[in-house]
Unconditional design. Structure first.
Length: 142
């Protein structure tokens, strides 16, 4: 089973907002309609091979809310700043997951498969406000 990453979606209010932010970033970069979404990170994951086939789980306002499948990593160099960086390539669709509280952290972290929240099926908690679903999950009712 593939290893996963987890990352905070800083400044994102909800999944609809995240979709808008990602679309705007792709437009700014001039990415084609079929190109994957990608994010920058300073350091390349050392376990990149273990991550292929896994997902990047997004923490939105203190709760893991969705994931995107990982499809690759590219090391690159910023000529202006003289610093290297890693481009993490993701499939575009956001897949909603069961809400799970998560403490803040910097950068990204590895997420073992057994600790990853399951995907939401239609009708699970998708119709429920995120705060209510998170509270019910915290109470052990979901």
């Amino acid at each position: 089973m593939a290893l996963h990453l987890i990352k905070l979606a800083v400044g994102v209010d909800d999944l609809a907002h995240m979709k808008k932010v990602q679309a705007a970033r792709r437009r700014e970069r001039g990415q084609s309609a079929r190109s994957p979404h990608w994010i920058y990170t300073r350091n390349s994951p050392r376990r990149a091979e273990d991550l292929l086939g896994g997902s990047l789980y997004w923490v939105v306002r203190g709760v893991i809310r969705c994931r995107q499948e990982l499809i690759g990593f590219e090391d690159d160099f910023d000529e202006e700043s003289g610093k290297k960086f890693c481009r993490i390539k993701l499939k575009r669709p956001l897949i909603e997951t069961a809400p799970r509280a998560c403490k803040p952290f910097q950068g990204w972290r590895y997420l073992e498969p057994e600790r990853a929240p399951p995907d939401l099926s239609s009708g699970d908690t998708a119709d429920m406000p995120a705060e209510m679903a998170a509270e019910l999950k915290r109470l052990g009712l979901l």
